[in-house]
Design a protein around this ligand. Structure first.
Ligand SMILES: [Zn+2]
Length: 144
């Protein structure tokens, strides 16, 4: 086995600020959305409604939203990243998150509001089809 070299997701500061506003607006429930990225750099934010039956501890994007987002991301040949918030728990994939993401293959960005009203913090994870969790790095930048 070769050691995983890790990975980096680059997010423009303005988009990150939108994501933070979205998860704060959803608090105390989980909030969710998707990002479109090109070569590891996020280019677009798609905040969505959370249609989970129990939005206080899980998040699901509706089928219609997923199709719309997927088609848009496809138009610039990007990759989808899923993001959601944990209102109470740490920014680490729950057993259910692992179950869903190992099937979808998307990178997962998780915000935690466990220290609310302190600002939320975020971490990014890749989950293999076997359910192995690898943490990457979130790098914020301000485009010219
Ligand atoms: Zn979760």
């Amino acid at each position: 086995m070769v050691a995983d070299p890790g990975f980096v997701v680059r997010i423009p500061e303005a988009i990150y600020a939108e994501m933070v506003a979205h998860v704060l607006a959803g608090y105390p429930q989980e909030a969710c959305g998707a990002l479109g990225s090109v070569h590891g750099t996020v280019v677009k934010n798609y905040p969505t409604a959370n249609v989970a039956e129990h939005p206080e501890d899980f998040s699901i994007i509706s089928e219609q939203d997923i199709v719309r987002i997927f088609n848009d991301i496809d138009s610039y040949d990007g990759d989808m990243i899923y993001y959601h918030s944990h209102p109470i728990t740490e920014a680490y994939p729950s057993a259910r998150d692992i179950e869903w993401s190992r099937r979808s293959g998307y990178l997962y960005i998780i915000f935690s509001l466990q220290y609310h009203p302190e600002p939320p913090y975020a971490r990014v994870f890749r989950i293999s089809p076997e359910g192995d969790v690898t943490e990457g790095e979130i790098a914020l930048f301000s485009p010219e």
